[in-house]
Design a protein around this ligand. Sequence first.
Ligand SMILES: Cc1ncc(COP(=O)(O)O)c(C=O)c1O
Length: 368
Amino acid sequence: MEYEEPLFFRVMEYAANSDADVIDMVSGNPDWGSPPALAAGLHEYADTGGRQFQYPPSEGLRELREEIAARRQVPVEQVVVTNGAGEANYLAMGRALERGAGDEVVMTDPVYPYYPGKTDMLGGEQVFVETAEDGSLDPADVRAAASEDTACIVATTPNNPTGAVYGEETMRELVAVAEDHDAILVSDEVYDHFDYSGRFTSALEFDSEHRVVVNAFSKSLAITGFRVGYCIAPESHVEPMKSRHMLTNVATSRPAQAAVLHALRETDPDYYEQTRETLRERVDTFTSALDDAGAEYTEPDGAFYVLARFPDFPGTLENTFELIDEAGVAGMPGSGFGSAREEWLRFALVTPRVEEAADRLAAYFADR
Ligand SMILES: Cc1ncc(COP(=O)(O)O)c(C=O)c1O
């Protein structure tokens, strides 16, 4: 898959430049607001100064790493705080590829497009495994695609863009495939708080030298601009990953880490439940309106995206621009997620106006 520039930015820019009222369903930027403890943590931090304004430890604030380790029930030494899940994916994929264990990165199609981009940047070879129409992944297909050159397998659960949640058996088998091929399973779990199926299983459930778990607070605390994430890696991988992190970033922003720590300690589980409830409602509202519009769509089990297909309207960049201009709805072209969903468009449910958006789409396609 060619990776030139993030398509997200092009579409967002196009929508922003429109004079019309456009409902933005492009980005993965949550609109539901962060828990109040986040801002309180940031205010508190602002009043410290002095040493607190200087470099934090490169691998992350000790207390934040301890908090993450306690929540995930892993030794603190396995936790590295990163600049979001984006950097955590980069560290994990870089580690997988630098071991001399092959240069292939196996990923799904449709795919979160930064994985093929990172694969190219790291000198790896892209290998794609198609998922089923509902987004589910058959680990047997991953096994069939894996070879002695496989260094890395990247899985996303809950999935962007399909909304699929991989169950326990799938995750167990993905770890096993990685083990059998001396590869590393990079399990990107940045949407773990957005599971509506109850089936989400973290790769952490399977203790192995061959899996690294990636996560972030970007989505769960609605802070994509803060850039705080983490990876959890077995000891054999964590030191080289820390070095890569230090050499590329020095460290992750200290005020952002301090605010996240405060938010984690002070936020009630209700915050996460309310967010899920909001999103469940949006999924229902949007998909029923899509039914009325005669569209085909995937019903997400997790995350907050819906893939939809309209008759004779492939998900090209051109058609995406057409919908912005003529329907006042901005989505992402399915072609931006590999070749399997070129017919589809992805809509992020990051606006309360999901019903209006679906109505606008219905009106546009009725007139076509
Ligand atoms: C699957 C997946 N991984 C990683 C990221 C990036 O996360 P972060 O903002 O924490 O770097 C995203 C953002 O949308 C994503 O969808």
